[in-house]
Design a protein around this ligand. Structure first.
Ligand code: SAH
Ligand code: SF4
Ligand code: F3S
Length: 440
């Protein structure tokens, strides 16, 4: 048996792609190893959302390239979002790479591996997506199964590289999605997360399908499990989707709706199709209609030209909208994107760092504020992990962790590993990143 090691950077879409790569490679006689030095094939699954993630990819393969000098049979695969963009230019930069595999060509991996095993060096980044077939997926052991439903983006926000790395929006066929979910449920997964850059676009390219219909079909599958979906584009959330979330018992009360900035001028410059008032209306509507709904977001600090006052609008938005949690990042210029060309408007690195720190501090306050709402409440928790003896706050006691339907993490003192069970928990305390609870 040959061994393959995959290092995955970036978002859940990349993690999900890696599970598919493992599945396909198993058919070719590869087993997974967690030790890169033991591997016959090394794959890096790259992310180009920010310069830092791209740099990480190049430094990893730099190290692997050196190993190849003493082990010339070693195969090195450069995959993912940086690969899709770099294409054949990568061979100049990293001549030891055997295969450059773009995101659009994922399902072609078996054929390509056969070619590199025969000594060829191959670049496969054509933008026509390779037709996928029903493949085996080696999922990471957890209670949650990631299931891509669509890929790509048509929005071209001025800061973002994703439309260039994941291509235009495309939906996966519902029968493939449903058969994949049935298999995951049969394997014991208790939570299904439908994944896409813009899940609201699901079905636009299929006859008679949209996200709501897909959710209804998934909800109708037998078994006790939860359904989630990420990511929503603010103005694409329809009343039908909200009705569906309310109506379907397995679909959880959780929306991830990146806002990016709380400032109207900045939003325009980002090419986002809403202003603060519109986003607020969307949040208000969700909170009015869905009790206990959790709304999380993403924000960028230091977008080109952002003034201190405009940045303050982002901080104020976080507070006013009572966002439950936000991912934050300092703006990173990405080649080919529109905003990257506004060099004279770039914000100094130290200002960006300082704004990011304030954004993070604000986020912590918002999270704690949000968590405090749940003290004293009884909530259903799906147990995800037996943590064992906790050295921190729960000194000396065994702790299990899980999530509420609305995606709050809960720590519970408990002596047995009951991972995968649904339990009722009374919330006793709120911390910044999680809740403390006791079994009811
Ligand atoms: N499709 C999602 C986001 C996908 S990218 C949406 O429309 O919101 C994930 C997050 O990375 C974005 O929400 C954004 O906050 C961040 N991001 C994207 N490009 C970035 C850049 N150039 N610099 C810093 N953060 C960026
Ligand atoms: Fe990037 Fe905007 Fe598309 Fe999200 S919607 S992936 S931020 S271009
Ligand atoms: Fe990164 Fe590509 Fe995901 S750029 S965030 S791995 S879609």
């Amino acid at each position: 048996m040959k061994k393959v090691y995959i290092e995955t950077l970036g978002c859940q879409m990349n993690k999900s792609d890696a599970e598919r790569m493992f599945g396909m490679l198993e058919h070719l006689g590869y087993t997974e190893t967690t030790e890169p030095k033991e591997a016959d094939m090394l794959i890096i699954n790259t992310c180009s959302i920010r310069q830092l993630s791209e740099d990480k990819a190049y430094s990893a393969i730099g190290v692997w390239g050196k190993w190849k000098k003493t082990n010339p049979d070693l195969k090195i695969v450069f995959a993912g979002c940086v690969a899709q963009q770099a294409g054949k230019t990568l061979f100049q930069r990293a001549p030891y790479v055997d295969l450059v595999l773009g995101t659009q060509r994922l399902y072609e991996l078996p054929n390509l591996v056969k070619r590199i095993e025969a000594g060829e060096r191959v670049v496969s980044v054509e933008e026509t997506p390779y037709e996928e077939s029903d493949i085996k997926i080696n999922r990471v052991k957890s209670i949650n199964a990631w299931v891509p439903i669509m890929e790509g983006c048509n929005n071209f926000c001025t800061y973002c590289i994703v439309p260039y790395t994941r291509g235009r929006e495309r939906s996966r066929k519902p029968e493939l999605i449903l058969s994949e979910i049935k298999k995951a449920l049969a394997e014991g997964f208790k939570e299904i997360t439908l994944l896409g850059q813009n899940v609201d676009s699901y079905g636009k390219d299929l006859d008679g399908w949209n996200l709501s219909r897909l959710l209804r079909e998934v909800n109708a599958l037998e078994g006790n499990f939860r359904i989630r979906f990420v990511t929503n584009y603010p103005t694409d959330i329809t009343e039908e989707l909200i009705d569906t979330v309310i109506e379907l018992d397995k679909v959880c009360e959780y929306f991830h709706i990146p806002m990016q900035s709380g400032d109207d001028y900045t939003l325009k410059k980002m090419n986002r199709r809403y202003d603060f008032a519109t986003y607020k209306k969307i949040c208000d509507n969700l909170r009015n209609r869905i009790s206990d709904v959790t709304i999380t977001s993403d924000f960028i600090a230091g977008f080109p030209g952002e003034t201190e006052e405009q940045f303050q609008n982002t901080l104020n938005a976080m507070t006013e909208l009572e966002l439950d949690y936000s991912n934050t990042a300092a703006y990173s210029p990405r080649e080919r994107t529109v905003a990257a060309k506004w060099v004279d408007k770039y914000i100094d690195e130290d200002v960006k760092t300082e704004r990011l720190a304030r954004l993070n501090e604000h986020n912590r306050e918002c999270c704690l504020h949000s968590n405090k709402k749940y003290i004293g409440r009884e909530m259903e928790v799906l147990i995800e992990k037996f943590e064992g003896v906790n050295e921190g706050a729960r000194k000396g006691k065994n702790v299990i962790t899980g999530r509420t339907r609305n995606n709050k993490i809960v720590h519970i003192p408990y002596d047995q590993d009951i991972t995968g069970e649904f339990v009722n928990v009374k919330i006793t305390n709120a911390r910044t990143w999680y809740l403390d609870g006791e079994m009811v």
